[in-house]
Design a protein around this ligand. Structure first.
Ligand SMILES: [Zn+2]
Length: 111
């Protein structure tokens, strides 16, 4: 086995979900930092799958950092406030409304 990554539990869950979706088997081992007492998860894979798992981890890492930011369709601003619709108000394709803080015009957030 080779250690692929040591991550905090939230990130580790995200990565292991991604590895599952890529059908890469892995094993996890909780570790506690002796100094800080913080828990982290050691994710390891068998040697033969290590290269593939590294590629997958890279893709996962990119997807974590490339959340597309919505922009105002009226003025192109990315200064937005999000307002989620109350369950009764929600329409099929729309989960909430953005309010542009530059031109003050609302637009729907797509699901
Ligand atoms: Zn705007």
């Amino acid at each position: 086995m080779k250690t692929l990554a040591i991550l905090d539990p939230t990130l580790a869950t995200s990565l292991t979900d991604f590895l599952k979706s890529q059908q890469i088997p892995f094993s996890t081992q909780p570790e506690t930092d002796a100094e800080t007492g913080l828990e982290s998860i050691n994710i390891s894979v068998v040697d033969e799958l290590y290269d593939r798992a590294c590629d997958a981890t890279e893709k996962w890492d990119q997807s974590m950092h490339s959340q597309p930011k919505p922009r105002c369709p009226h003025c192109g601003s990315s200064n937005l406030e999000y307002q989620e619709l109350a369950p009764g108000e929600s329409v099929t394709q729309i989960s909430g409304l953005y309010h542009c803080t530059d031109c003050a015009r609302p637009f729907p957030a797509q699901r």
